[in-house]
Design a protein around this ligand. Structure first.
Ligand code: EPZ
Length: 430
C-alpha cells in the first residue's frame, strides 16, 4: 500500500489551485445519464472516487468518454441495464445516486444497499422515503434496493433530518416526475446547488436550491448540456488549515470565498489573518493560534468534512478547545493516531476535548478515512521529525495530487511504496 513520508517543520508558503468539488461531480456525472443526448462536464477532480463512478456508469451501458483528466462526455442513450453491480457501491457509496437518476429516467432501478463506512452507519432511509413519496415501490431484496414506478408524481416531502445525499437523490427523481415536488428541510450545501443548476441546464425546473425548501416542477425529458463543476470547498479548506497548522502564508486560488465563510470565521477567531479576493483566499498564521469551540453542522455551519483538520490545528493551539461532531457518530478515529504524535485529545461521546501542545512529533500512523487522512498529513507537516502515513488510498479518493500540491508549497513530502524508499527519504532530508 502506498504511503506518504513527511519531514515536518516547513511553513507552507505560496499558491495552490483548487479543483472541482468531488461531491458535486459524483452527483452531476450520475445525473448526466438522465438524458439521451451527450453531456460534457469539466473541472472534474481526477480522484479515484470519480474514476470508479465513471466505470459504474459505463458498466450499465452509458457511453463515457474521458476527454482529459478533468473533462468527461457522457451519453445515457446506450444504457442497457438499470442494475448496478455491488463492486461499485462497495467502493463508493455515492453510486446510490444512480437510484434517483435511473428511477427518474427509466422508472426503475436496482442498486445494492450501501454498507456503513468508517465514519458511521449512514443509513439511506430518507432517500427511500422520498422515492416512495414520489410513487415508487421500494423493497430490499438480497441486499439490493429494488425500486420501480408506473409513473412518478410530485409530492410534498419533509426530510426527517438534513441529508445531502437524500436531497440530491430525490431532486433527480423528482425532476422527471409528473407535477410539482417540494422538499422541506433540504440540504443547502453548495454542491446541492451545483446539482440543481446542472439539472436546470439540462432542462429541469428546480427553484430554491441553497435554501431549505426546494421546489421542483417535473418535466418530460432532459437534454444535452455542457457544465463546469463548482470549486471544492473542502479541498480549499484543507489547504487553509494546513497553512494555519504550519504557520504558513498560502494563497488558495480558484475558489468561491462565500462557501468557506464558516472556516474563515473560525481561523480568524483563533488568530489567523485571512484575506478574501474574488476567487481566492489568503491564509497567514505567524503566531501560535488560540483555542475555540466548534460544532459541525449542515451548511452554512462548520462542515463535518473539515472537523478532523480543525482538530489538528487546535491540537497545537494555546489552551483547551472543544470539537463537537453532530453529523456522524464515528468521526474521531484519527484521535488515537494524533495522540501518537504527542497531541492531548480526550474523546467523550461525540465531543473531543483538545489540550493544545506546543509541538507534535513525527510518528508512523495510518489514515482511517478520507478527511481524517488529510488531517493527519497536516499533523505530519506541522510535526517535528519524520511522519509516515499509511493507507493513503483513502486520501487519494478525494484529493488530486495532494503530495504534489503540498510540495509546491514547500512541504517535504513524498509518496512511496517500499520501506527502502522511506530510508532513502530519511537520508536525503537528514
Ligand atoms: C455527503 O454524505 C458527503 N458525501 C459527505 O462527504 C459529507 O460528510 C456529508 O454529505 C455531510 O455533508 C458525498 O457527497 C458523496 P448526509 P451523505 O446524507 O450524503 C444521516 C467526504 O468526506 N442520514 O448529509 O451520505 C447520516 O447517517 C464525505 O467527502 C440518515 O440517517 O451525508 C448522517 O448522520 C464523507 N438517513 C446525516 O444524516 C439518510 O437517509 C447526514 O448525512 C441519510 C442520511
Amino acid at each position: 500500500m502506498d504511503k506518504y513520508v513527511i519531514k515536518g517543520g516547513n511553513p507552507l508558503v505560496g499558491e495552490v489551485e483548487i479543483g472541482g468539488a468531488k461531491n458535486a461531480a459524483l452527483a452531476i456525472l450520475t445525473a448526466a445519464i438522465m438524458t439521451d443526448e451527450p453531456v460534457t462536464v469539466d473541472n472534474i477532480p481526477d480522484v479515484s472516487d470519480i474514476n470508479v463512478l465513471l466505470e459504474a456508469i459505463s458498466v450499465i451501458g452509458a457511453t463515457v468518454e474521458r476527454i482529459d483528466r478533468h473533462t468527461a462526455r457522457i451519453n445515457g442513450v446506450t444504457i442497457g441495464s438499470v442494475s448496478v453491480d455491488y463492486a461499485y457501491i462497495k467502493k463508493i457509496r455515492a453510486s446510490y445516486y444512480l437510484l434517483g437518476a435511473l428511477l427518474g429516467k427509466y422508472k426503475r432501478a436496482e442498486v445494492p444497499l450501501p454498507g456503513g463506512c468508517n465514519i458511521g452507519s449512514r443509513p439511506i432511509d430518507q432517500h427511500l422515503k422520498g422515492f416512495r413519496a414520489l410513487g415508487a415501490t421500494v423493497e430490499i431484496k438480497n441486499g439490493n434496493i429494488v425500486t420501480s414506478a408506473e409513473r412518478l408524481h410530485g409530492a410534498h416531502i419533509f426530510m426527517d433530518m438534513v441529508s445531502v445525499g437524500a436531497t440530491i437523490n430525490i431532486m433527480m427523481a423528482a425532476a422527471l416526475a409528473e407535477g410539482n415536488t417540494i422538499i422541506e428541510n433540504a440540504a443547502r450545501e453548495p454542491h446541492v446547488v451545483d446539482v440543481a443548476n446542472f439539472l436546470n441546464c439540462m432542462g429541469a425546473n428546480i427553484k430554491g436550491a441553497g435554501t431549505d425548501v426546494i421546489r421542483i416542477r417535473g418535466v418530460q425529458q432532459l437534454h444535452r448540456t455542457s457544465y463546469t463543476i463548482v470549486p471544492d470547498m473542502i479541498e480549499a479548506g484543507t489547504y487553509m488549515f494546513a497553512a494555519a497548522a504550519t504557520k504558513g502564508d498560502v494563497l488558495i486560488k480558484e475558489i468561491i470565498p462565500k462557501h468557506l465563510e464558516a472556516m474563515t470565521a473560525k481561523l480568524q477567531e483563533i488568530g489567523c489573518e485571512v484575506e478574501e479576493f474574488d476567487d481566492a483566499i489568503r491564509v497567514c498564521a505567524k503566531t501560535r493560534l488560540g483555542k475555540t469551540q466548534v460544532k459541525t453542522l449542515p451548511y452554512p455551519g462548520f462542515p463535518t468534512d473539515m472537523q478532523p483538520q480543525m482538530s489538528v490545528v487546535l491540537s497545537l493551539a494555546n489552551g483547551t478547545s472543544i470539537v463537537t461532531e453532530s453529523i456522524f457518530e464515528n468521526r474521531f478515529k484519527y484521535a488515537d493516531e494524533l495522540m501518537r504524535m504527542g497531541a492531548n485529545v480526550k474523546i467523550e461521546g461525540n465531543t473531543a476535548i483538545i489540550d493544545g501542545v506546543s509541538q507534535l512529533t513525527g510518528a508512523r500512523i495510518s489514515a482511517p478515512d478520507l478527511r481524517a487522512g488529510a488531517a493527519l498529513v497536516i499533523a505530519g507537516l506541522a510535526a517535528e521529525g519524520i511522519t509516515v502515513v499509511d493507507d493513503i488510498v483513502y486520501i487519494q479518493r478525494g484529493y488530486e495530487d495532494f503530495a504534489g500540491k503540498l510540495r509546491n508549497l514547500g512541504a517535504e513530502i513524498e509518496q512511496v511504496r517500499e520501506e527502502r524508499e522511506i530510508m532513502k527519504f530519511r537520508l536525503r532530508v537528514g
